[in-house]
Design a protein around this ligand. Structure first.
Ligand SMILES: NC(=O)c1ccc[n+]([C@@H]2O[C@H](COP(=O)([O-])OP(=O)(O)OC[C@H]3O[C@@H](n4cnc5c(N)ncnc54)[C@H](O)[C@@H]3O)[C@@H](O)[C@H]2O)c1
Length: 258
């Protein structure tokens, strides 16, 4: 049986590890050709090793926060595979985030990657999708957009909320992009995962907080990267042809926003 993404070309940003790598693996299994757009050379190389034999994939070193690099990534994808049908804006500062840095400079840095990087990649890919009158953009928000509960910080001033506000911003950006691009057959949707058991989570989220949050979910189970991949395939497929501007929260029943 043919895969649900047979013949499609997908860019997955931040696919060097974690959720992005799980998306890349699943997309290959569904018949897509995949560009691993990743900033860290060693993560890109490790992902390519993990994906070996699974299908056609290419690592393009990309800094989504750099306009030239974002454009070069799309150009490289078109040069290698002929077009781009699907863009998954998964990359963000998460593993390497410093939640204790509440400075304005750091706020700008997190926004430049997590928020503006998504816009830069989408801007670069839009003309390709518009020209073919078909495209799928899948953004990555987070349960952090909906939750006000965070690990305590040793800080008495006002936090900069950098991670959370960028993830909330992605929900809004999804709607604006969807509204503009729908007329060209391009849908823009968003996934907001709960705390997912990646290496980044194991590094960033203290175990007692993780256990507490899991206990508050309806499912009472931990979320694995593979649990998110089916939603990404759905949004990227023709099954979601008339679904756009939506954010799907996948968190085992914690936030349940309207
Ligand atoms: N793991 C979770 O619990 C969780 C929950 C909700 C949302 N998310 C979101 O899901 C995505 C992936 O999460 P993860 O746990 O796999 O995180 P991760 O930090 O392990 O993966 C992110 C990847 O993006 C790459 N990256 C960072 N900056 C980049 C840049 N400027 N250009 C290109 N690549 C860059 C990193 O090198 C890394 O490989 C992120 O957007 C994260 O915010 C994660």
């Amino acid at each position: 049986m043919a895969g649900r993404l047979e013949g499609k070309v997908a860019i997955v940003t931040g696919a060097g590890q974690g959720i992005g790598l799980a998306y890349a693996q699943r997309f290959l299994a569904e018949g897509a050709r995949v560009v691993v757009a990743e900033l860290a050379e060693e993560r890109g190389a490790a992902a390519m090793a993990a994906l070996a034999g699974a299908g056609e994939a290419e690592f393009v070193r990309t800094d989504i926060a750099d306009p030239d690099s974002a454009q070069a990534c799309v150009d490289a994808a078109v040069a290698r595979f002929g077009t781009v049908d699907i863009l998954v804006n998964n990359a963000a500062l998460y593993h390497d985030i410093d939640n204790t840095d509440a400075s304005y400079e750091y706020l700008l840095k997190v926004c430049s990657v997590n928020q503006h990087g998504t816009w830069l990649m989408s801007r670069a890919v839009a003309p390709v999708m518009v020209a073919q009158r078909w495209g799928r953009i899948v953004n990555q928000s987070s349960g952090a957009a909906y939750s006000y509960m965070f690990p305590p910080m040793d800080f008495t001033g006002l936090g900069n909320f950098s991670y959370s506000i960028t993830k909330w911003g992605i929900v809004g950006l999804t709607k604006f992009m969807a509204a503009q691009l729908g007329q060209y057959g391009i849908t823009v949707n968003c996934i907001a995962p709960g705390i997912t058991m990646t290496e980044a989570t194991k590094k960033v989220v203290p175990e007692p907080f993780l256990a507490g949050m899991t206990g508050m979910t309806a499912m009472k189970e931990r979320l694995e990267p593979e649990d998110l991949a089916g939603a990404a395939v759905f949004f990227a497929s023709d099954d979601a042809r008339y679904c756009t501007g939506q954010t799907l929260v996948i968190d085992g029943g914690l936030a349940m926003p309207a």
